[in-house]
Write a protein that binds this ligand. Structure first.
Ligand SMILES: *Cc1c(COP(=O)(O)O)cnc(C)c1O
Length: 412
């Protein structure tokens, strides 16, 4: 194989990226469009493409690799566990699976120590939500109340509670009895929940919808309303959980304890994993044989999860996320740029709201200039950097931002 094919190192020829892109287009299903870049290497918040160009990664693979690329604790966990015991199926158990389960139970019950809680391990966010969806049916009720603007994943159950019609409609019929409520609307939630409702599902911050937060009264109200009607409160922390929003779980900011928490993205730094954590009576809803998975809870993914949670605790990454996020939001607003309306979000999950729909163009201009961010909405830029990002890296992006917005306006 020549260098053009392997794309190895910074001395790869300038055609590498194009050659990879053509092979991608011929071979991979067209669900994601043509790849904007083909990346070959990363370290911390730095990545390099197949042409040897450098980028600062301020998206962390969609809020996933919290510890950055090639973190030594992750390398050690993967190689150490792979050299010890890699897979056994759920006919059997392994120590990393039990240890990670215990850690997640501890974190989920931080504000309610002693509450019984149990974990089901899956391999992705959508599967964690699929487990929670099935768990909710074990209440004997069928109806689910979901939020307008929600995103919960792409499998049929998670898709049914995802609001975007463009994602949902081509695949109908989906599992039914879904009731939609405007996100953050307490009276509407009050009207929607009765004794026929199995669960209310919501994200503490809607990441895919453009980093949208409900008012501070919404999560406490959701807790009160679900408890009054015997419905489960299911919080999707797939994007917001595990220090991303300045707390172990974003809902802990509201001081509430849900019945079900789903997590995935930040848990194993990019090694596929998901988990559905149920608290209190909900922890006993599944019986033997009622749910399952071949790969879920495998020793390598769980060993990586343990290592990631260990680093997050040792390095106090929730606090770091809170502090750097506030610093970043303040720095962006201090630009006083008339094209920027506000910065929203929590911790290091941030949306820069522009006063015109140029976010897609601005994300493209950023990529050309060596910054990885994305545009979940036409006028919103999202940043979800590795939690080990430095203030200097964030400041450099803030300094570049007005120029990136100029570039879009010149191009249009
Ligand atoms: C990304 C995401 C999912 C889906 O996770 P996958 O691992 O892509 O299946 C579910 N819920 C939320 C809130 C997400 O951000």
């Amino acid at each position: 194989m020549n260098d053009e094919v392997t794309g190895r190192g910074s001395d790869a020829p300038a055609t590498s990226q194009r050659a990879w892109g053509e092979r991608y287009d011929r071979t991979l299903m067209n669900t994601f469009g043509h790849p904007r870049r083909v990346f070959v290497r990363g370290r911390g918040a730095d990545v390099w493409d197949a042409d040897g160009r450098h980028y600062t990664d301020l998206l962390a693979g969609l809020a996933v690799h919290a510890l950055g690329h090639a973190h030594p604790a992750v390398l050690e966990a993967i190689s150490g566990q792979a050299a010890t015991l890699g897979h056994i199926s759920n006919l059997f158990a392994s120590p990393p699976q039990i240890e990670l389960g215990e850690r997640l139970v501890g974190l989920a019950t931080l504000d309610a120590p002693g509450t019984p809680a149990r974990v089901f391990f899956a391999n992705s966010g959508t599967e964690a939500n699929e487990a929670a969806f099935k768990l909710s049916r074990r209440t004997g009720r069928g109806r689910i109340v979901a939020m307008e603007g929600s995103f919960h994943g792409r499998t049929m159950g998670a898709l049914a509670i995802t609001h975007n019609e463009h994602y949902r409609e081509p695949f109908e019929p989906l599992p039914g009895e879904i009731v939609w409520v405007p996100y953050g609307d307490v009276p509407a939630l009050e009207r929607a929940v009765d004794e026929t409702v199995a669960a209310v599902v919501l994200e503490p911050v809607q990441g895919e919808n453009g980093v949208v937060e409900p008012g501070p009264d919404f999560l406490p109200a959701a807790r009160r309303i679900t408890a009054a009607h015997g419905a489960l409160l299911w919080i999707d922390e797939v994007q917001t959980g595990l220090c991303r929003c300045g707390r172990w779980f974003a809902h802990q900011r509201a001081g509430i304890a849900p019945d079900v928490i789903t997590v995935a993205k930040g848990l194993a730094n990019g090694y596929p994993i998901g988990a559905c954590i149920a608290l209190g009576d909900a922890a006993g809803l599944f019986g033997p044989g009622q749910h399952g998975t071949t790969f879920g809870g495998n020793p390598i993914a769980c060993a990586v999860g343990c290592a990631v949670l260990g680093v997050m605790a040792d390095e106090r990454l929730a606090d770091r996320s809170e502090e750097l996020g506030a610093h970043f939001a303040g720095a962006v607003m201090a630009l006083g740029d008339p094209r920027i309306d506000l910065v929203r979000g929590q911790g290091l999950l941030r949306g820069i709201v522009l006063n015109r729909p140029i976010a897609a163009g601005a994300a493209d201009a950023a990529l050309d200039a060596g910054w990885i961010i994305n545009a979940p909405r036409p006028s919103v830029l999202r940043l979800a950097p590795p939690l080990i990002v430095t203030a200097g890296q964030l400041d450099a992006f803030v300094a570049a931002l007005p120029g990136l917005l100029d570039t879009v306006q010149e191009r249009s």
